[in-house]
Write a protein that binds this ligand. Structure first.
Ligand SMILES: NC(=O)c1ccc[n+]([C@@H]2O[C@H](COP(=O)([O-])OP(=O)(O)OC[C@H]3O[C@@H](n4cnc5c(N)ncnc54)[C@H](OP(=O)(O)O)[C@@H]3O)[C@@H](O)[C@H]2O)c1
Length: 363
């Protein structure tokens, strides 16, 4: 049997241009965590696995929440985001607020001269994403969307095998991400003013996955069911690509969906078990037999994302080649187009401001 895994090259990142002052190499990178919600806690747990990272400070709308979070890491606690971004002991700010607040929270960090890793979806629409990217570039500050799937070593290996032609010509990508959401209407997943909806929260993963392997689609079809509030709850996408490949993608907040992915090629198929966006392995079912593709994932994979950010900071790079800002913006444009088809609009589309940071969500 001919193995697709013979003579694999390393997964090292080819460094990008050095555009800003690199962080010193002789001390840990000092992170500032903005918000104390679910993903902020998962990210901090993974960061603690990295010897060259430290959590310097935590900012929350509520000082008691920041204190409780910060205590586990011996970090400084702030009762406002403004104090967090102003702390000179913070090298980079991780923005982990709901999508609708990413724009104002990221701008706040930029104005304090801080580089930013901002959670997905970067913003609610492409126009706001373009504005943030332009601001980061003008200030020569590192900026990256926290699309950790792109930094996952198994995903990176698959992308490398596909682009090296080892998997044969790609014909179909199928990917799904969803979970049954049983939360109050005020939760960020459901509240329109916080950017609720399946596409921006979950559909972004299947879309990014298809983009990684097939590039930009030239045909886009979408079907969705919406909540009375106007957000999308259940979504199916059908995409066509100039190569002749197609993608079938879905996301849902109303069903227990498979959360798997597969890539069909002329010579075999890649299968990724659930949850496909954070794999520790994938299976190649080829004409010549079946093989398991494994790579070392650090923590849940959020640590791999943090490591890529720190590699950039230590090298003076302002954008990651693994999560290019232009691709983040291209995907925001695609999501704008899909929202237009399914009839989902946010206040930001009409230039309305997001809720004030002290607006209480349900957490
Ligand atoms: N990378 C991933 O796998 C992943 C997974 C889940 C979520 N995310 C992304 O991360 C972001 C946060 O998601 P999450 O699940 O962590 O949400 P969450 O548990 O609801 O936490 C969001 C946090 O944002 C802060 N916040 C500021 N203004 C708020 C407001 N008006 N309403 C509610 N919260 C507000 C709160 O922190 P304070 O009270 O401390 O200020 C809150 O705890 C979203 O953009 C989401 O898409 C990414």
């Amino acid at each position: 049997m001919t193995s697709i895994l013979r003579g694999l090259p390393s997964l090292d990142v080819t460094p990008g241009p050095r555009l800003t002052e690199p962080l010193p190499a002789d001390r840990p990178v000092r992170w500032g965590i903005m918000a104390t919600g679910k993903i902020a806690r998962s990210f901090a747990t993974d960061l603690a696995l990295l010897p060259d990272a430290t959590i310097a400070a935590v900012g929350s709308r509520r000082l008691d929440s920041a204190r409780e979070f910060a205590a586990a890491y011996d970090a400084t606690a702030y009762g406002s985001y403004q104090e967090l971004v102003a702390d000179p002991a913070v090298d980079i700010v991780y923005v982990a607020t709901p999508h609708a607040l990413h724009k104002q929270d990221t701008l706040m960090a930029f104005e304090a001269g801080k580089p930013v890793l901002c959670e997905k979806a970067l913003t609610l629409n492409a126009r706001d994403a373009e504005e943030l990217v332009a601001e980061a570039r003008a200030r020569r500050l590192f900026f990256m969307e926290a699309m950790w799937m792109r930094c996952n070593p198994v995903v990176r290996r698959l992308v490398q095998l596909a682009s090296d032609g080892v998997l044969g010509r790609l014909q179909q990508v199928r990917a799904d991400l969803g979970f049954f959401v049983d939360r109050p209407d005020t939760d960020r997943l459901l509240a329109p003013e916080l950017g609720g909806g399946a596409l921006l929260d979950m559909g972004i993963y299947p879309l990014t996955f298809a983009h990684l392997f097939l590039g930009a689609p030239d045909q886009v079809g979408a079907a969705a069911s919406l909540a009375p509030s106007g957000i999308d709850l259940n979504l199916s996408l059908s995409l066509g690509y100039p190569s002749g490949a197609v993608a079938s993608l879905s996301s849902t907040m109303t069903g227990r969906s498979p959360r798997t992915a597969s890539i069909a090629t002329e010579t075999g198929r890649v299968d990724i078990a659930e949850p496909f966006h954070q794999p520790t392995e994938a299976t190649w079912v080829g004409d010549d037999g079946t093989e398991t593709i494994t790579e070392r994932v650090t923590g849940t994979g959020l640590a791999d994302e943090a490591q890529e950010v720190m590699r950039c900071l230590r090298n003076g790079e302002t954008e990651s080649p693994l999560v290019p800002l232009d691709e983040t913006v291209a995907l925001m444009r695609l999501m704008d187009r899909i929202r237009e088809q399914i009839g989902v609009r946010y206040g930001a589309d009409d230039g309305r401001r997001s809720p004030a940071p002290d607006h209480r969500g349900s957490n």
